[in-house]
Structure formats: C-alpha cells, structure tokens
Design a protein around this ligand. Sequence first.
Ligand code: FES
Length: 43
Amino acid sequence: MACGVGVCLGCVVKTKNTDEHSRVRNARICTEGPVFAASEVDI
Ligand code: FES
C-alpha cells in the first residue's frame, strides 16, 4: 500500500458495481476496504 489515504490509487481492486461519481468499477482498499464482500469484487 502506498499512500494509505486514497490519493495514489495504488491499491484499487476491481468491483462488480460502477461508482456513480467516478463511473469506474474500482474501489480503494485503503479507504473503502480493507474488507469487501466476495459478491462486491471481481475475483
Ligand atoms: S494506498 Fe493510495 S489510494 Fe490506497
């Protein structure tokens, strides 16, 4: 993990749902995780 505060995007994980604000299918593990339901992420 690089910055740990949600700035660098070095920790993103692919998600199944699209973020309504950014229109991308990523989540930051450092700020939105670190735990995700298996149904939320694209494994
Ligand atoms: S570690 Fe930088 S955005 Fe998560």
